[in-house]
Design a protein around this ligand. Structure first.
Ligand code: IYR
Length: 224
């Protein structure tokens, strides 16, 4: 057992209540403009933006601080083309055969289909893997904990950081997505969880009206 060493926690600013309210409101105003974008510009985005957004994601709360995630950043056109090819193959199966009528009906207002040109247009595809085994240090093979929760939180922070930097994202979930291990050269005990498409929106990008409806506070929260 390692000793439980501690440090004073003094980094959090002690705002006044008024400042806290103003900041919470300002953050909501900023984040409420986030949209899932399906039309990307091919304009390049500096790598430093992605690096710092990934560093932000890497600060997410997680199981035992094992940080059970890996972000494979694809910028090579060949890799993007390979990923698109494989994803569209799975998506065609999904839309034409596997998806239930109820599922397809739920997707109708979003206008999604098996065509995923953005997988080649956008400057970056970040493939997010959860690590079932790992631990804190390279080479360790310890059990990891709460992998889905940890990766979900980190991905949320990544999306938030990218939005804050003025970039659009799309969470793409090909189904199944095991092919991502091979494309990204990741070991088979890592679980591919999402492809995050990142870039500037195309000049003529649109969003589905359906996506702009957000549940009001009294429907998403209760006070006890
Ligand atoms: N994976 C498919 C289908 C899809 C499913 C849900 I639920 C969405 O919110 C959006 C799409 C695709 O990426 O098209």
């Amino acid at each position: 057992m390692q000793p439980h060493e501690t440090l004073p926690y003094t980094e959090l600013p002690d705002y006044s209540d008024d400042e806290r309210i103003a900041r919470a409101k300002a953050f909501y105003e900023a984040i409420r403009t986030r949209r899932t974008c399906r039309y990307f510009s091919d304009e390049p985005v500096p790598r430093a933006v992605i690096e710092h957004a990934l560093l932000a994601a890497g600060t997410a709360p997680n199981g035992a601080n094992h940080q059970p995630w890996h972000f494979a950043v694809i910028e090579s056109p060949d890799k993007k083309a390979a990923l698109r090819e494989a994803a569209e193959q799975e998506e065609r199966e999904f839309y034409e055969k596997k998806a239930s009528d109820e599922w397809l009906e739920a997707l109708d207002p979003l206008g999604t289909d098996a065509d995923k040109p953005f997988l080649e247009t956008a400057p970056y595809l970040i493939v997010i893997f959860g690590q079932r085994k790992g631990g804190m240090f390279p080479g360790e093979k310890k059990q990891n904990y709460y992998v889905n929760e940890s990766v979900g939180i980190a991905t949320g922070m990544l999306i938030t950081a990218l939005h804050d930097a003025g970039l659009a994202t799309l969470t793409h979930t090909p189904n199944p997505m095991k092919f991502l291990n091979q494309i990204c050269d990741r070991p088979s005990d890592e679980k591919p969880m999402m492809v995050l498409v990142v870039g500037k929106p195309a000049a003529d990008a649109t969003i589905p009206k359906h996506a702009t409806f957000k549940k009001p506070l009294d429907q998403i929260a209760s006070w006890l």
